[in-house]
Design a protein around this ligand. Structure first.
Ligand SMILES: [Zn+2]
Length: 274
């Protein structure tokens, strides 16, 4: 499995499927694992890493949101705490069907039958935190992509895990609401502007170290939504998709998400049907 980034207390793994990331933050006290995924051989690779690092630390497992590509590792780690937002479990049936359909389409066999994750620490308040002796993990609601998104700030290291926002390989996928999506971008911008973020990890694509690039990714996502909200129908179907296929390498295979976005943004922001 590809290791996209590694330092003394953090590893970012990258799946061959959707370039989805899994994060392993660790120190003497805690092993904090985020969205372990996707192929069984990749999850086994992450398990081995955890085993090699684990002495007697507590294992925390966080789900950034319930999308099927982010929950498939749930049976493979013996976690002391599992963390997700309050709306996470409302997506159970939809996501269990999605993972099953996707695995069947790729002939993926899993060593353990997958159950939807049970959550021990439900995040029900904005800014709720979990403290250990050496760290504070603060959670922020991040609706827009999905209603149950969660952003995590790890202090004092100032690492930020944003789930499926700020990807450099995907335009915004808006499954929930474009207005909320824009508000979540504002929230990430505020966190980036008020904390000296050392590393920002996204759900799909490349992590970021510089504030300049973090702000640039936020600007790119905003620009995509605002352009769709404001351009004419002619422009929307002529040169705009060509620009997107140049900017996003997998655009052709995910363009139905773009079409869904267009419909939603025109309904909710522009008030103009297409
Ligand atoms: Zn995802």
């Amino acid at each position: 499995m590809k290791i996209q980034f590694e330092n003394k207390n953090l590893i970012v793994f990258e799946s061959a499927i959707f370039r989805t990331s899994s994060i392993l933050f660790h120190n003497e006290e805690i092993i904090f694992l985020v969205d372990p995924n996707y192929l069984p051989i990749e999850i086994a690779f992450i398990q081995k890493k955890v085993e090699s690092i684990r002495k007697n630390q507590a294992v925390y497992l966080l789900y950034t949101h319930s999308d099927y590509d982010h929950i498939v590792g749930s049976e493979c780690f013996d976690a002391d705490k599992t963390i997700a937002s309050q709306l996470f479990s409302t997506f159970k049936d939809k996501q269990m069907k999605a993972v099953s359909d996707f695995d069947i389409s790729l002939y993926v066999k899993r060593p353990k039958r997958l159950n939807f994750p049970t959550i021990s620490n439900v995040i029900s308040e904005e800014g709720q935190s979990i403290k250990t002796n050496s760290n504070t993990f603060t959670f922020y609601f991040a609706p827009g992509h999905t209603a149950d998104g969660l952003i995590t700030l790890v202090e004092p290291e100032n690492y930020l895990f944003v789930g499926d926002y700020l990807s450099n390989i995907e335009f915004p996928f808006i499954e929930d609401c474009p207005i909320k999506y824009l508000a979540t971008l504002d929230k990430i911008e505020k966190i980036v502007n008020t904390n000296d973020i050392q590393l920002l990890v996204v759900g799909h694509g490349d992590h970021i170290h510089t504030k300049e690039e973090m702000l640039q990714r936020i600007a790119n996502s905003r620009e995509y939504i605002n352009l769709i909200a404001n351009i004419t129908n002619d422009e929307l179907f002529s040169h705009f998709p060509r620009g997107l296929s140049k900017k996003y390498p997998f655009f052709e295979s995910v363009k139905e998400h773009h079409h869904k976005n267009v419909k939603l943004i025109r309904e909710k922001i522009t008030n103009k049907q297409v």
